[in-house]
Design a binder for this molecule. Structure first.
Ligand code: ADP
Ligand code: MG
Length: 272
């Protein structure tokens, strides 16, 4: 790429904010002709840098499709997707966490993290420090030598999150990452993700069908209609962030009120 283009795209990134997401009139259709199915859109959505956006909606409304469009794994049929001011590059634009952790089960925790560090182009001399920091962030200290198949589902998902954080890119995308976990593990991981993203200031787009999870995590919630998913509700969440006790937050009247509001909105949007 000629250097002036690089400069231009950097300027664009600075103007948009690193990790900022912008969807302009995005539609996504699977298949062609009579078999075609419009899964998403039209959606207009701007996510400023540093925001924690939660996408909520019933199963099949197009949440995963939207996330894959932002990651660059899919191209929109119409409209445009921009991340940090440029088109997303699959595997480069965002750290992505899926519902089932996509790890190498025969490798150790350390082996999985190191692969991510290598892929991210981190200097090998820095790996031990980076690895220790990443494992500390997701509460996996002391598990480096365990094989992935030996650790619990919750721990595996923690490895997947650490791997997504390893890339150090300013955008983190998570697609129902805790749906398969037991309630207690899910709550712990929610607390960790909230804390980690608050601390690192990453822009985050998190998909869930749970109103409870959405209200706990998000600084903003977007509820989608049933397929083809469009924006039914766009709600800023003003609950305190930073060093707030999770129990206190979950037990507050404001939390309960928001959860009811979002839960009703999700049901109404799914029925509309
Ligand atoms: P959600 O994540 O909200 O459950 P998805 O984005 O997975 O929704 O799916 C939205 C719609 O698109 C659904 O009707 C689903 O069947 C369809 N769909 C998803 N992926 C594909 C695909 N690869 N090919 C064809 N249809 C798909
Ligand atoms: Mg999905």
């Amino acid at each position: 790429m000629p250097s002036h283009e690089l400069t231009a795209s950097r300027d664009e990134a600075d103007a948009a904010g690193a990790g900022a997401v912008r969807l302009d009139h995005v539609t996504h259709r699977y298949g062609r002709g009579g078999e075609a199915l419009t899964a998403v859109g039209p959606v207009d959505l701007t996510v400023p840098a540093g925001e924690f956006l939660v996408l909520v909606g019933a199963s099949g409304c197009g949440k995963s499709t939207l996330l894959r469009l932002i990651a660059g794994f899919e191209q929109p049929t119409h409209g445009s997707v921009r991340v940090s001011g440029t088109g997303p590059r699959p595997g480069r634009t965002a750290g992505v966490v899926f519902q089932t952790p996509r790890l190498f089960p025969w490798r150790t925790v350390r082996g999985n993290i190191d692969l991510a560090l290598r892929y991210a182009g981190v200097d090998r001399a820095l790996w031990p420090r980076c690895r220790a920091e990443l494992l500390g962030r997701v509460g996996l200290e002391g598990t480096e030598k365990r094989r992935v198949w030996e650790i619990s589902g919750g721990q595996q998902q923690r490895v997947a999150i650490a791997r997504a954080l390893a890339a150090e890119n300013p955008l983190l995308l998570l697609d129902e990452p805790f749906a398969a976990l037991d309630a207690l593990t899910r709550e712990r991981l929610q607390e960790d993700v909230r804390r980690v993203t608050d601390r690192t200031g990453r822009t985050t787009v998190f998909v869930t069908h749970s109103a409870d999870e959405a209200v706990f995590l998000g600084s903003r919630i977007v509820v989608l209609t049933r397929s083809p998913g469009t924006v039914a509700l766009d709600l800023p969440i003003t609950l305190p962030r930073g060093d707030i006790g999770a129990e206190e937050l979950r037990g507050s009247p404001e939390f309960a009120e928001l959860r009811t509001h979002v839960s009703h909105a999700v049901k109404a949007a799914a029925a509309a």
